[in-house]
Design a binder for this molecule. Sequence first.
Ligand code: SAM
Length: 334
Amino acid sequence: MPYTNSAHDQNADDNGRAEDEGAVRRMYETAPYPDLGADPKDGRAQFEPVLRHLGRRRELRFLDVGCGTGHLLVGTAKAYPDWLCHGLDLSAPSLAVAKELAERHNVKVSLARGSYLDPLPFETKTFDIISAQGTIHHTADPVAALTALRGALADDGLLSMHLYGLRLDQRKFDTKDILSIFEPDLFNHERRFRLYDQLMRFQDRWTLRRLASLSPLDVYITTRNWLHNLMRRGRRVSWSPPWTDRYSEPDSPWIDHFCHPCERAYEVPDIRELVTASGFEVVEMLGQGRDDPRWLPPEWKTHYDKLDPWDRYRLMELLNPYPLSFRMILRKTA
Ligand SMILES: C[S@@+](CC[C@H](N)C(=O)[O-])C[C@H]1O[C@@H](n2cnc3c(N)ncnc32)[C@H](O)[C@@H]1O
């Protein structure tokens, strides 16, 4: 595993699990995530690609694991009012935000506190769509977590998952390590933030030099992402700033980015191991590893089309100069 600070990854026993889960719960009880903005996320944008593969869209049993403050869960319940929507999370304060959000938007969702490493606490035991956004990389045992979720997925059901991509986040982990050299206590948010702020102020002086070295494609992609985020803010869609933003206080997203006590980041070979070990296969890669002919010499196309899918995903990861996080749709292997 290229990056991990999980206790269970060092010590794969019950103590390791208890240590990770206790630290993760403590962090999200101190800093519920994302808890940004009053408006839910756009459930339709998230699940239309899943529905294209599912082939049906009415009265689905939906579960969002690690639902946090419920912005996606409530947005999904609003977008698909006939779905049975469930949310599970370790953090009681996050679930309190989710409950309030659901009431404000007048949607019905079943919320429960617990770990998806344990048997699910809902009356409904099988789900058509399970969503796991930004959470499996924080659990003590990702293979055990996905195996448990597989057990709760209908045979023709789909799992939608987001995981950190190491290539996108390497500099974030470097910054986290720099802060840890001076202040190893990940829960001393104030001191870690002071160090971060000093570092950012210092590095700002280099920004002009960096701007001068950007290529036209860099400028295009940076401007496009900036406009996209500006529009999301304009529409008041709940949105969590990326770690590359400049933070002015140690709020929940900052703590999530720079003080997390249990997280991992992946490259395609690690994703392959995780997905196959837990009895899943990829239906579609939507983020890192997705098909993008822009990065492929045209002479390679015929050969590329014949490659094993995992070799295609890896090739794209190696060729694409603009790394992404992993967003994927999975189904159970037969
Ligand atoms: C980064 S937040 C993501 C929240 C939300 N899915 C989103 O994308 O906005 C990760 C969430 O996963 C939850 N979590 C981590 N491990 C968990 C577990 N084993 N069982 C339930 N929830 C868990 C945390 O409490 C936290 O709220």
